[in-house]
Ligand binder design. Structure first.
Ligand code: THU
Length: 137
């Protein structure tokens, strides 16, 4: 267990979560290779399926502003008013990371509490035998 700034940024980003249906608040802080941080939270919808995860919110913001190179993402997710616990990125978010990130280099920090402690994983660990852009070449 360690704590670093990116994990604490994800804890802060979690505060913006719009979660009237699940009450499950998630925040993400995405670090670019040149040191910028893009923030994301989950944004739910009354029609349910338009809901977007915190991780994809962060990627969407970053890529739409011209960023393509990322080194790490921190994710902090637990229910509103509940004891903090770890929430690993969903499969769809892992696949979106795979589009832009080298699986062996990109780090996923899964936050365990409000102090910013986390466990660290490579994308390769979370999405082995993946399908990515090179698969189409
Ligand atoms: N959620 C995320 O934001 N990221 C994940 O990787 C897992 C799930 C959100 C979606 C939904 O708003 C809530 O958590 C419950 O599934």
């Amino acid at each position: 267990m360690k704590n670093n700034n990116l994990a604490l940024e994800a804890v802060k980003a979690r505060e913006a979560a719009y979660v009237p249906y699940s009450n499950f608040m998630v925040g993400a802080a995405l670090l670019t290779k040149d040191g910028k941080i893009f923030y994301g939270c989950n944004i739910e919808n009354a029609a349910y399926s338009p809901t977007i995860c915190a991780e994809r919110t962060a990627f969407t913001k970053a890529v739409s502003e011209g960023e393509r190179e990322f080194s790490a993402i921190a994710v902090a997710g637990w229910a509103k008013n509940a004891k903090p616990a770890q929430a690993f990125p969903c499969g769809v978010c892992r696949q979106v990371m795979r589009e832009f990130c080298n699986p062996n280099e990109f780090k996923v920090l899964v936050v365990t509490n409000e102090n910013g402690d986390y466990t660290e994983h490579t994308l390769e660990e979370l999405l082995p035998y993946s399908f990515g852009p090179e698969s189409l070449m």
